[in-house]
Design a protein around this ligand. Structure first.
Ligand SMILES: Cc1cc2nc3c(=O)[nH]c(=O)nc-3n(C[C@H](O)[C@H](O)[C@H](O)COP(=O)(O)OP(=O)(O)OC[C@H]3O[C@@H](n4cnc5c(N)ncnc54)[C@H](O)[C@@H]3O)c2cc1C
Length: 385
């Protein structure tokens, strides 16, 4: 069966864990601009954040389909996977492109929770979405790499021991294609922060730990290169389909949370002597949001199933992310409107989730860039950039 009732055992286990962290917990963390240490620790302890790590490295060896269910249930419980989802995405880079020595050293430590790989540093102020224009450089000096430059919006750096970094190793002017000449590095933040790397938090609309990073002669050991030198951009792209599907699943979790909350309130709140949900002006936006979330869920399942079968899934993963982010935002609006004034009260959690789900239209990839992928790669329209 496909839908919110499939993977019953998996969902029951996650729901039991999440039930230990009631709305008051997430509300307090949001108010204090804190980090849900206990919640993330519980997810790690029970192995959920190591779902995609193969069993030989101490993980659960599950597929993307199951990983999507995990992300969906986290958000559906009223929590925000943004505090910890980096571990799911970033680990894939190491798994796919890391050397045997890197995988043997790091993956079991990540799976056990001893080490967190929650951060990936790609975005730069001067380049934005055009990653080929990044200006952070890494140049070889003896047996070290020296990194200089700047990144922006890099999340969870203060709650991670490791970070994947994309830097230019061959100047743009010297490469055959602009997507070449960039390399991935695995940065041990415990050594780097304060020794060539400065972290400056960015206050933002969501309680999302994200930062500006300044690299000033940061020295990295030779063996921290992930994959092939000069192929870093391609290695990043390799991970995007899984990331898109996982993000879509988070949106679906949010959407279901909004619809549950909105529906319950619409049944219980009486105005003009009847439940507000009896008015079609209130009921239809909730019904429409439900329809759209269910459709987005189907596309997400399709993307994850293709991925798990080793089939191409770029179109489906992008379409799933587009549909799910849009549907969760529509559900957020319907839920907030249904709550009237109380939608704005922090105690109802709607305004917090409303802010959280809005982010998915921008990060980790903006809606326009998804449409651009579909236009160019699915419909064969002329390339625009
Ligand atoms: C809370 C948060 C956390 C983040 N975490 C991370 C992280 O951990 N690591 C990381 O590397 N990055 C992270 N990001 C960055 C995020 O991936 C980018 O913000 C996002 O990809 C958009 O890039 P930009 O902000 O530079 O927008 P810009 O590239 O400046 O674009 C601005 C707007 O113009 C549109 N646009 C630009 N070019 C085109 C075009 N050719 N056609 C149509 N529309 C276009 C975009 O879609 C966007 O809406 C985070 C961002 C936020 C807000």
């Amino acid at each position: 069966m496909i839908g919110p009732r499939d993977h019953g055992e998996l969902r029951d286990a996650l729901r039991a864990l999440c039930a230990g962290f009631p709305p008051e917990y997430h509300r307090r963390i949001d108010r204090e601009a804190g980090y849900p240490e206990e919640f993330v620790a519980a997810l790690t302890r029970e192995g959920w954040l190591a779902a995609l790590i193969p069993e030989e490295f101490g993980g659960a060896g599950l597929g993307l389909t199951e990983a999507c269910v995990i992300m969906e249930e986290i958000n559906r419980s009223g929590a925000n996977a943004g505090f910890c989802h980096g571990q799911m995405y970033n680990m894939g880079t190491l798994l796919r492109h890391g050397s045997e020595a890197q995988k043997a050293h790091w993956l079991p430590r990540i799976a056990s929770g001893e080490i967190r790989l929650q951060s990936m540093a790609v975005t730069e102020p001067g380049a934005g979405t055009d990653t080929t224009r990044i200006r952070t450089t890494a140049r070889k000096q003896g047996d070290r790499w020296i990194v200089d430059g700047q990144k922006v919006w890099i999340s969870r750096v203060q709650h991670s021991e490791l970070m994947v970094l994309l830097a230019r190793t061959t100047p743009l002017a010297e490469v055959e294609r602009k997507s070449l000449g960039m390399t991935l590095f695995l940065v041990d933040l415990r050594d780097a922060v304060g020794s060539g790397l400065t972290v400056k938090p960015i206050e933002n609309m969501v309680n999302h730990e994200t930062n500006e990073l300044f690299f000033d002669g940061l020295e990295l050991p030779e063996d921290c290169v992930i994959g092939e030198i000069g192929q870093g951009f391609r290695h990043v792209l390799d991970g995007l389909n899984a990331e898109r599907a996982l993000i879509a699943a988070e949106c679906i979790g949010d959407g279901r949370w909004f619809i549950d909350r909105g529906t319950a309130y619409a049944k219980e709140r009486e105005v003009f002597g009847r439940p507000i949900g009896q008015n079609q002006g209130v009921a239809f936006p909730l019904a429409e949001a439900h329809v759209e979330i269910e459709a987005a869920d189907l596309m997400t399942r399709k993307a994850a199933a293709l991925f798990d079968a080793g089939e191409p899934c770029g179109a489906e993963a992008n379409m799933a992310k587009y549909l799910a982010a849009k549907a969760s935002w529509e559900a957020a609006n319907a839920c907030l409107q249904t709550h009237g004034g109380f939608g704005f009260a922090a105690d109802y959690d709607v305004e917090r989730k409303f802010r959280e789900t809005r982010l998915y239209q921008v990060a980790p990839i903006s809606t326009n860039l998804i449409l651009s992928h579909v236009a160019e790669h699915v419909l064969g329209l002329p390339r625009s950039f």
